[in-house]
Write a protein that binds this ligand. Structure first.
Ligand SMILES: [Zn+2]
Length: 93
């Protein structure tokens, strides 16, 4: 069941080093992005983003460059497209 993820992980990514594109590439993950206005969501290929923005680009900031293909707003958020949620996401080192 896909819920609407908003800002529950922001505090973590602020205090820790944000996840970068190369981290996702290493783990074979894609980028999950969703629109804050209409809740449209999609997954993006990391390779394409690295070509555009570089491997060290932080994942939480990808939304700046994205636009919703449904309602055309730029209010888009991103996070790693973990295959499942509720499992091993909350690792605190
Ligand atoms: Zn939208």
């Amino acid at each position: 069941m896909m819920g609407v993820f908003k800002q529950q992980n922001l505090r973590e990514t602020e205090t820790r080093q944000p996840m970068c594109l190369h981290h996702l590439q290493e783990q074979n993950l894609r980028v999950f992005c969703w629109c804050n206005r209409c809740s449209h969501n999609a997954e993006l290929e990391v390779d394409l983003l690295i070509e555009r923005l570089g491997a060290l680009y932080p994942v939480p900031e990808l939304g700046i460059h994205l636009r919703c293909s449904h309602c055309n707003t730029q209010d888009v958020s991103t996070r790693p497209a973990w295959p499942s949620h509720g499992g091993q996401i909350a690792r605190h080192g």
